[in-house]
Design a protein around this ligand. Structure first.
Ligand code: 2PG
Ligand code: MG
Length: 412
């Protein structure tokens, strides 16, 4: 073990995320002064099988404070990490998991482990004087993954104003990153003007996209299609439309409450089929309740040629659940979120398993995110297929799109 890689200090503090909620920031510093710092993001429409956050549940910050997690780091975990090498990420993450000993990080807290694990990874990259986008790179030829950018938001991110959670666009054609961002700018602004003109503008959701009033999923997709055409592009040829249904959010005991209508999974399948057939939707995330593997598989089979089915809450970046989804032919791709499993090592294992089985990987931010840009860097280093960090407004979102602009410059 190089002396310079030995961890000397583990610092922690309470900071605030993009919803203004408390969250954990940690710093890992080695003897030689190498340094990594990371903030834990936080989801709102969380999957049942995610690593759980530990929060204080007392009066302060409406029960959302993270003091207990900070005390855990300072009083118990820091001493387990100090004196170890930051360069052995697996050993570092094993210490966190050995301390925890639960299946969902209930003891250590997914928010504690995520922040520490990422800070350590960034520290090792700093020690090696290698930018994080190139650190332990998984491909010879680094590239910017396809971005998925939100135009409309909904579900848990908008006070449930509209039922589906995300309506996004992504490049199909061989666009440069710059060209794609230019079209997103046009479509985003076209949408804003159109909503205002028709009195449908209600607000901005947690990830910076619009949420309208009096518009359903078909109206919303209609506007996105119009926006694409107005930018002299063709839906389904140049740009794809994708949806995160986040169906668990409006599911209750066998039925789905869509815009206050109780419907069953057959009705929901019909709605999704219409979006695929008539509204150019070509990528659908979490179309059904997170435990309904069969319905995922059925929809995938019905529309094999025209749509890709993506699992987020279904898989929760969990190795065993991904294996189950692969066995049951449920998905073409998965959302990967570091804090769903809680460490870098587990995230990389999931990505590896996905790649081995030809499953697309989409690295994703959370709806409560921060100014940190490590996600853009990791997306390039880990050679994921796509990246999804929200919309084209709010700095915790644009910071990540902007970081990809900087990385692209360096890759030329
Ligand atoms: C999702 C994410 C990010 P949340 O469902 O894909 O959009 O939302 O972070 O609230 O789980
Ligand atoms: Mg999702």
């Amino acid at each position: 073990m190089k002396d310079s890689s030995i961890i000397e200090k583990v610092l922690s503090r309470r900071v605030f995320d993009s919803r203004g909620n408390p969250t954990i920031e940690t710093e890992i510093i080695t003897k030689s002064g190498a340094h990594g710092r990371a903030i834990s993001p936080s989801g709102a429409s969380t999957g049942k099988n995610e690593a759980v956050e530990i929060r204080d549940k007392d009066e302060k910050f409406n029960g959302k404070d993270v003091k207990r997690g900070l005390e855990l780091i300072d009083n118990e975990i820091a001493s387990l990490l100090i004196g170890r090498s930051c360069e052995d990420q697996k050993a570092f993450d094993k210490i966190l998991n050995d301390y925890d000993q639960t299946s969902q990080k209930k003891r250590i807290g997914g928010n504690v482990s995520t922040s520490l694990s990422i800070a350590n990874y960034l520290c090792a990259s700093n020690l090696n004087k290698t930018p994080a986008f190139n650190f332990y790179a998984k491909s010879e030829k680094l590239k910017i993954p396809k971005p998925e950018i939100q135009i409309f938001g909904g579900g848990a991110h908008s006070g449930n104003q509209n039922s589906f959670q995300d309506f996004l666009i992504y490049p199909i054609n061989n666009f440069s990153y710059e060209q794609f961002l230019n079209s997103v700018y046009n479509i985003f602004n076209y949408t804003k003007e159109k909503l205002k003109k028709n009195n449908n503008f209600f607000g901005y959701c947690d990830e910076g996209g619009f949420y309208p009033n009096k518009l359903d999923q078909f109206d919303i997709c209609e506007i996105i299609n119009e926006g694409i055409l107005k930018s002299n592009l063709t839906p389904n040829q140049d740009l794809g439309i994708s949806i995160d249904v986040a169906a668990s959010n409006f599911y209750n005991q066998g039925s789905y409450n869509l815009y206050n209508d109780e419907i069953d999974k057959i009705d929901l399948t019909n709605i999704l089929s219409k979006l695929i057939n008539d509204f150019n939707v070509s990528l659908i995330e979490d179309p059904f309740y997170e435990e309904d593997f069969n319905s995922f598989a059925l929809l995938k089979k019905q529309h094999t040629k025209s749509v890709k089915i993506i699992g987020d809450d279904l898989v929760c970046s969990n190795y065993d659940l991904l294996n189950k989804a692969i066995r049951n032919k449920c998905v073409d791709g998965i959302i990967v979120k570091i804090n769903q499993c809680g460490t870098i090592s587990e995230t990389l294992e999931v990505i590896q398993l996905a790649k081995k089985n030809n499953i697309q990987t989409i690295l994703s931010a959370r709806s409560g995110d921060t100014e940190d840009v490590f996600l853009s860097q990791f997306a390039v280093a880990w050679d994921v297929d796509m990246i999804k960090v929200g919309s084209f407004s709010r700095s915790e979102r644009t910071s990540k799109w902007n970081e990809l602009i900087r990385i692209e410059e360096k890759l030329k």
